[in-house]
Design a protein around this ligand. Structure first.
Ligand SMILES: CC(C)(COP(=O)(O)OP(=O)(O)OC[C@H]1O[C@@H](n2cnc3c(N)ncnc32)[C@H](O)[C@@H]1OP(=O)(O)O)[C@@H](O)C(=O)NCCC(=O)NCCS
Length: 172
């Protein structure tokens, strides 16, 4: 499965990405607000094998974000499909990736979720304190609908996306 963006492509992960994922998830300052991944490159491979079964059943999609020259730039995951809403997260981009990678990958996720998969809404949670990411989602028009001690819970409607898409069309 591959999604084609303007300056990036996003393709579903394979076993060969185990080391990349492992190294990305080991990066201490980038993973402060993500759940801890323990283990080794080998256990990452096991995790991917397990994931690949879910991908076959179209229950989950885990993407490597790449440049057009196939340089790996980051990761992002679509999962927890409910009636009319999909969740996305595990979003992680390399420090030295081109500046538009974040916006482009978010747009590709919404294109995929709303048009390819046909959902009407998207939901995701962001750790309190992860202010840059909270601001990113708010600029897109996502709304905080709930919170607990640890997280803000966001909702983003397809109708909001249709509106914002016009503003971001240069990134599509
Ligand atoms: C989350 C993550 C992938 C976002 O990527 P990022 O590159 O940090 O995203 P940014 O918000 O800095 O956006 C990139 C650029 O686009 C700009 N931008 C972002 N949203 C924009 C918008 N709506 N309109 C215009 N420009 C925008 C930003 O200003 C930034 O440019 P700048 O560096 O000149 O300020 C990255 O920070 C990361 O890997 N974080 C660690 C893991 C994590 O917390 N993941 C999220 C868990 S919910």
């Amino acid at each position: 499965m591959q999604l084609t963006g303007k300056n990036i492509n996003m393709r579903t992960v394979t076993l060969e990405d185990a080391e990349f994922i492992y190294l990305m998830r080991q990066n201490q300052n980038k993973t402060k607000y993500l759940s801890k991944v323990t283990g080794t490159v080998e256990s990452q491979k096991e995790w991917i094998k397990n994931y690949k079964e879910k991908e076959k059943e179209q229950k989950e999609f885990y993407f490597v974000i790449e440049s057009k020259s196939e340089e790996k730039l980051g990761l992002v995951r679509v999962y927890d499909f409910q009636d009319d809403s999909f969740c996305w997260g595990s979003w992680l981009i390399k420090e030295d990736a081109p500046k538009t990678t974040a916006i482009e990958s978010a747009l590709q996720i919404y294109e995929f979720g709303f048009y390819n998969l046909g959902f009407k809404k998207s939901h995701f949670d962001v750790r309190k304190g992860n202010n840059k990411v909270i601001a990113f989602h708010q600029r897109f028009g996502a709304k905080i609908i709930h919170e607990n001690e640890l997280d803000y819970f966001f909702n983003f409607e397809k109708s909001d996306y249709v509106k914002i898409k016009e503003k971001y069309k240069r990134y599509l």
